[in-house]
Design a protein around this ligand. Sequence first.
Ligand code: P6P
Length: 337
Amino acid sequence: MPEINVTEHLLLNQKKSPMARGQFTHLVNQLILSFKIISREVSKAGLVDILGFTGEINVQGEQVKKLDEYANNVLIHRMSRAGVICAMSSEENDGIIEIPEGFPRGDYTLVFDPLDGSSNIEANINIGTIFSVYRRTTPAEQEAGLEDILQPGVEQVAAGYCIYGSSTMLVMSTGAGVHGFTLDPSVGEFLLSHPDIKIPEKGSTYSINEGYTHYWDAATREVVDYFKDPNNDSRKPYSSRYIGSLVADFHRTLLYGGIFLYPADMRDPSKPKGKLRLMSEANPLAYIVEQAWGLATDGTHRILDIQPKHLHQRVPLIIGSPFEVQKVRDIYRKHGY
Ligand code: P6P
């Protein structure tokens, strides 16, 4: 297969629409440049003293590691200057990120988690950048604001993630299927390596942090018991796989099938809906999985239908192959969800 880079693939597969002007392609190219820069730093993280903590605490109350901060700064710097964005939101920033005075604005908004899974950095475990792109909803002559960002996931025009591991891979969708591009460092290009990814209809692994079993409700405990039950529909227990890095756990689920769950738990009264964020984690991965013929729910609602109320809203996430996600929804429904 001839080597195809992201831009060529976009031009070949982008749904033709009056909005699909060069702005969008330029937006994607600036994201790609950001991923290449972040990948370079992640790959040499073990060699330079960038693994320490900055001493800062982010809006999530988590200690910010230098690579988190670095990735966040790269994305904010590059995308502010791209001339295609009118407002951004980062998991690391409390409020929306406005485009500085004097910089050109564009028709799109961007939401991202700059380096998810960062608690695994020292262990050389795969980590990743997750992103969502929306069209602005307010008139171009108006200052962009929260309403341009707080849109349901179904309004995304593109979403994806860049996973930094044994290789650096961009997995994204612009609404015409899911495609994977692997970075060839020798030419500095992301080349099409996984065209038209589809999640298997049924899998054989489940992915959840069972350390929190005592904090789950009866419905979630029944779900996990089902996957462990040798007499379930598969007539054998599912294998348990949990890395603790969302992008890595999701990527494996997307390619091999199965299910990832981060349900609500009663550990922390301030986080009754679980740990993951709707805007910067659940929505982009839900967009990807649905484009790959999978499903994503909070146990009751389709993730992409949830109307966000605030930037850092958390949501239970149950995502993966149709068979397993449907099974979880049936069990939750039986418990009155
Ligand atoms: P727990 C990483 O900090 C993260 O946000 C996701 O990447 C990951 O899925 C989750 O937290 C792991 O959380 O509570 O299982 O350690």
